[in-house]
Every structure is written in C-alpha cells, then in structure tokens.
Write a protein that binds this ligand. Structure first.
Ligand code: PGA
Length: 236
C-alpha cells in the first residue's frame, strides 16, 4: 500500500491544521482507505489528534535533546506532550536553507532512532550534481547516508532531488527509477519520491518500480487536493 506524506513546511495555522487533519481523518474512515498517511505540520500546530491507526502526525524537525537551551528548537519533552513518535530528518530545506550538516543530521538520526521514532530520512542531489550524471548523483546521495544506520527498523527513506522541490519540475520517471533502483539495491527500506508531486502525477509515480509512496509539499496543502492524492493512490 502506498505511503502518502504531506510536509506542511511553513504553511497552515494551528486552527487550519486541526481542520485539515480532521477532514482527512473523516475521509480515510468514510472511504475505508488503508494507505499509510502522514502529515507533518508546523511545530506550533502539533497536538493530540484523534486519528485512525493508519494516519500519523509527525514533526518536521526537532533537536537531538529532551530539553535544554536551544533557542527556537523543540525536543522530545515537547513531542511527548502530544505522543509524537515520527520525525522528518535530512530534508533538503534543513540541509540547504538552514545549513544542517551531515554530522548534525547523523547525530539527530542517532538520537531519534535510539528512542524508537519512525524516521523519514530525506536525501537528494542539487541541480549542479544532477547535471553531472547518474554516477555523480548516486555518489552525492550515498554521502548523505554517512553516519546513518540504514538497517534501523523504523526507517522510511525519501528521495527528493533538490531541483525538483517546490519548482513544479517533477523528476522524470527515468530519473526516479534510476535512483530508486540503485538505492533499493543497497538499502531495503520503503522509499518515497518527493519533488513537485502533483494530484495529476502521483498515481503514475507511485506505480513506478522501487517507489513505495510520495512525500508531498506544495500540492498537498489544499485539503481537497490532498484527499484527491490519497484517492488516486489508494489501490497502488
Ligand atoms: P514539493 O515539496 O512537493 O513542494 O516539491 C516536496 C518536499 O519538500 O517534501
């Protein structure tokens, strides 16, 4: 069954997130859809949502700490308040916009895996690397596994080429299957694709060999569209 995940990034408020989550939950219940669905709201919108067992709310980010002096960050004390046990690690915006190094990311991974969190671990190459071909792309992507325990049982991977994120330019089916089959040959974990996934192409992408689902930003922020994405992939 496809895994469908929505990354809200810096979108939605506490109020609109609650409405969104409830609407998706009702949709999954009413239509008896059994796909694994995730939503990653802003940290200010985290809460104890009452959802069906296949629908999980996760954190977009948290620091590798229970609590302490890390201005602007949250730790497990804040996540525990809402029983959040799922986290995105290594997202391209954390790496390239917020400047998280591989070392910091690996530290975060070690901390949250030790605690048994479900980790959606993101990897992906920037445009200048993609332009150098598949071999360089794979080299770059493999470096993003440095310090990461890829045997960790509660791990889901997401391949998100940086040049495809938020640009409207989805990777081609060949781009996706080339990278996915290479990663899959080394790491036997569910592998999502992310990067300009849309209502219109999500089904086709999820049907590709080596693709176990999608991590979606922009196209998932309108609840009607997100429900359509779930509908379009419910039997994939
Ligand atoms: P996008 O974002 O769907 O807007 O390209 C994907 C992501 O960053 O997870």
């Amino acid at each position: 069954m496809a895994i469908i995940a929505s990354n809200f990034k810096t979108n939605h408020t506490r109020k609109s997130t609650a409405l969104f989550v409830n609407e998706v939950n009702e949709f999954l219940k009413t239509n008896e859809i059994s796909s694994d669905v995730y939503i990653f709201p802003t940290s200010t919108s985290l809460d104890s949502f009452d959802t069906v067992s296949t629908f999980t709310i996760g954190a977009q980010n948290a620091y590798a700490t229970a609590k302490g002096s890390f201005t602007g960050e949250i730790g497990t004390t804040q996540l525990d308040e809402f029983s959040i046990k799922t986290i995105l690690i290594g997202h391209s915006e954390r790496r390239h916009v917020l400047g998280e190094s591989q070392e910091e990311i690996a530290k975060k991974f070690a901390f949250y895996s030790e605690l048994g969190y479900k980790i959606i671990y993101c990897i992906g190459e920037p445009l200048e690397v993609k332009e150098q071909g598949l071999e360089k792309t794979l080299e770059y992507v493999y470096e993003q596994f440095e310090g990461i325990d890829t045997n960790y049982e509660n791990l889901v991977l997401a391949y998100e080429p940086v040049w495809a994120i938020g640009t409207g330019v989805t990777a081609t089916n060949d781009d996706i299957t080339n990278v996915h089959s290479a990663i899959k040959s080394k790491i036997e974990k569910p592998l999502l694709y992310g990067g300009s996934v849309k209502v219109a192409n999500v089904r086709e992408i999820c049907q590709l060999d080596g693709v176990d689902g999608a991590l979606i930003g922009t196209a998932s922020w309108v609840v009607e569209d997100f429900k359509q994405i779930i509908e379009n992939t419910k039997d994939v």
